[in-house]
Design a protein around this ligand. Structure first.
Ligand SMILES: [Fe+2]
Ligand SMILES: [Fe+2]
Length: 193
């Protein structure tokens, strides 16, 4: 249902739980970037695709709230945010979409790249919810996993509503690229690493 052709190896959770401060800080940055990229889509496409405005403004608010929740956990643990690091998974995905960009309109690819980021985060949060030893943190990730699945459906639904069959075809192509990227990234204590 998430269109992920390459499952994350379950032992990724060991990397994540071995460095929770880094995982949480990276996760908080992911939430903030999700809010920013939703607003950036609104800024660029409100004129030609006004149907994006309401759902993406609502999404940006929700992702900002997620950032706040993760940050509150970081503060409660007596830790601090690290500086934002470049997300190699996201960069590779954007690059893969651009490489064959003549196949699809830019907006379609931007919506689908967001859909895959949500899908992969959802898959990773599910692993955390099932395997983290801290029951409270595991429950937190179970709740966020549900949001990420909904966000995946939002982005893929917006793409399909606007681009129809072209969206479904492009989704399959990008699913193959996404799987190849996921298979080659070294595992680490980050949401997409
Ligand atoms: Fe989120
Ligand atoms: Fe999300």
């Amino acid at each position: 249902m998430l269109n992920l052709l390459e499952p994350t190896p379950p032992h990724w959770v060991e990397h994540a739980s071995a460095d929770l401060p880094r995982l949480l800080s990276d996760h908080a940055h992911c939430e903030l970037k999700a809010a920013q990229s939703a607003l950036s889509l609104v800024g660029r496409y409100a004129g030609e695709a006004p149907e994006l405005v309401e759902p993406l403004v609502a999404l940006a608010k929700e992702e900002t709230q997620h950032y706040q929740l993760v940050h509150q956990r970081i503060a409660a643990r007596g830790e601090r945010m690290a500086l934002p690091a470049s997300d190699k998974y996201v960069r590779s995905l954007q690059q893969a979409a651009r490489e064959d960009h003549r196949e699809a309109p830019a907006l379609l690819d931007r919506l689908l790249v967001c859909a895959f980021i949500e899908a992969r985060s959802c898959e990773r949060f599910k692993l955390l919810s099932e395997h983290l030893p801290d029951p409270d943190l595991a429950e937190f990730y179970a709740a966020l996993m549900v949001s990420e699945a909904r966000h995946y459906r939002l982005f893929s639904g917006l793409a399909e509503a606007r681009f129809g069959q072209a969206a479904r075809t492009r989704m399959q192509r990008l699913a193959e690229r996404e799987a190849a990227i996921a298979a080659h990234l070294p595992l680490g204590p980050t949401v997409h690493g």
